[in-house]
Ligand binder design. Structure first.
Ligand SMILES: [Zn+2]
Ligand SMILES: [Zn+2]
Length: 201
């Protein structure tokens, strides 16, 4: 029997915008979760020289957001009763990543680097015509497009680069997950995805 792509067989996903090879013809194993994947469901990180599936890319982006925000070491500023820290902990829990904040070596710490290293996502990222998703005016537009309270709080309080990485995770979530797999995705990412729809050019 020929090898098949894990994500192609799941059927709860869409495909990457700028794929390589043929769909359901796996040519690599995800460096992180070890599933066999085709070029429609995984992208090669050109800098790290690692093949990573979209699901792990999204999870790693969220982990990096939490790392930058100081969730791991509890240094994030707590200003009001529900803190962005709590919201990020909830996000990690929903992703099944509680207590697992270790990232691959050299994982991008800002969205521009992530963008350069992952050519597969280029089409989606280009839709917004912004060089930097962390940019204050872009995040203000997102906030003003009617996001939930938690989303607003996170966008207002996150350290600069973390905002852009969270937005990149929401873009991947929005384009890749369909059906019940989408419904299982964290509310924060889906809420951001809804707001991002309104800003697409
Ligand atoms: Zn596939
Ligand atoms: Zn993976």
């Amino acid at each position: 029997m020929p090898a098949i792509c894990y994500w192609c067989s799941i059927k709860g996903t869409s495909v990457i915008s700028n794929p390589l090879g043929k769909q359901d013809h796996p040519f690599g194993c995800c460096y992180n979760c070890h599933v066999l994947a085709c070029g429609y469901h995984a992208v090669r990180d050109n800098a790290a020289k690692e093949f990573v599936c979209f699901d792990c890319d999204k999870n790693n982006l969220c982990k990096m957001v939490a790392n930058i925000a100081g969730v791991a070491d509890n240094s994030f500023t707590v200003r009001i009763s529900i803190s962005p820290h709590d919201i990020l902990l909830k996000l990690l829990k929903e992703l099944g990543l509680s207590g697992q904040l270790i990232l691959p070596q050299n994982f991008p710490t800002d969205v521009s680097t992530f963008y350069e290293q992952r050519p597969g996502y280029k089409v989606w990222f280009d839709k917004f015509q912004v060089n930097d998703f962390s940019n204050q005016s872009f995040t203000s537009q997102l906030i003003n497009s009617g996001v939930a309270y938690d989303t607003r709080l996170v966008l207002e309080e996150l350290p600069y680069h973390a905002k852009g990485l969270l937005i990149a995770a929401a873009i991947i979530t929005d384009h890749m997950y369909t059906g019940s797999l989408r419904e299982e995705q964290p509310e924060l990412l889906l809420d951001l995805a809804k707001a991002l729809h309104k800003l697409q050019k």
